[in-house]
Write a protein that binds this ligand. Sequence first.
Ligand SMILES: Nc1ncnc2c1ncn2[C@@H]1O[C@H](COP(=O)(O)OP(=O)(O)O)[C@@H](O)[C@H]1O
Ligand SMILES: [Mg+2]
Length: 316
Amino acid sequence: MRPSFNTAGPCLPGEHYMLPPERRLARVLELIDDHKYFTLHSGRQTGKTTCAFWLVEHLNVSGRHRAAWVDLQTAREQPDLDRALPIILSELDRAAARDLPSLARSAPEDVKALLAIPERAVLGYLSMLAARSDRPLVLLFDEADGLVGPAMVSFLAQLRAGYLDRSRESFPASVALIGLRPVRDYALAQAEGRTVSWLGTTSPFNISAEAATLGPFTRDEVGELLSQHTQQTGQRFAAAAVDRIFALGAGHPWLTNAMADQITARDVTDRTVEITAAHVDAAKETIIRERRAHIDWLVARLRDDRRSGHRRGRPR
Ligand SMILES: Nc1ncnc2c1ncn2[C@@H]1O[C@H](COP(=O)(O)OP(=O)(O)O)[C@@H](O)[C@H]1O
Ligand SMILES: [Mg+2]
């Protein structure tokens, strides 16, 4: 299979053109090495999940840690503890089976028994898992900021309780909450905010220094990504086309790929034709016109460009 520009979900090595995620993860690797609990936050479609996949792979082969990626999207918008906690636990269990195959599995009865007290289920599960791990355990909770209400409060409180007690009971050495926001900006109602008043003070996620983020691609990186297509197919991008993609997308990972995909997979499929800035402008217009529903808010950024000239900045 030939690689292509990815416009749907996380990038997979070999399947998609991609920049090495590790380049964006120096701070994250430091935080993990220092056994920190932290948030990895950046805008939509900026490569968070791609980075998480790389981290799991890298940490598990490096031999110093055991790591698992836990996707919390199925628990989003579910405030009720009795509904959210079973989902979180089943995602945890699934992640452990997939990413930590060398560790003994939890017996289904044990997992079920933990759910008798949802307020302690995550704490109990993570203690058991960490106790079975022969190396420091790293957990990456993706879409963590999709949790809401009491479910969010309880999830954070259980991580905190385990963290504070970790000198006496096994618990993950490092936890990353991955989402759009740093933890202090998690959407909590006022009453819930009072319940977790320790957030931002004595919480494991206490200081902003322990928040990591993903920056946009630089002009050179956009050129590097595009050149992977040239290496594969021989089709060239004029320097002005690279400049134009960078000017329009401001290095936003998905926007960069979306323009490159529109051009190379649809508009200019003759590989002997060099891609120009005019092709980029045409691709931008098509993307705006098609208004692919789920990315409207991103496409709006391209439309802004049409009104206000070139823009720069961090991905939002
Ligand atoms: N390392 C990378 N190199 C090139 N493009 C990337 C990379 N990581 C992400 N992208 C682009 O960003 C899009 C979203 O990636 P994803 O990891 O799902 O982001 P998030 O989890 O932040 O929403 C991908 O479909 C791809 O277009
Ligand atoms: Mg994601």
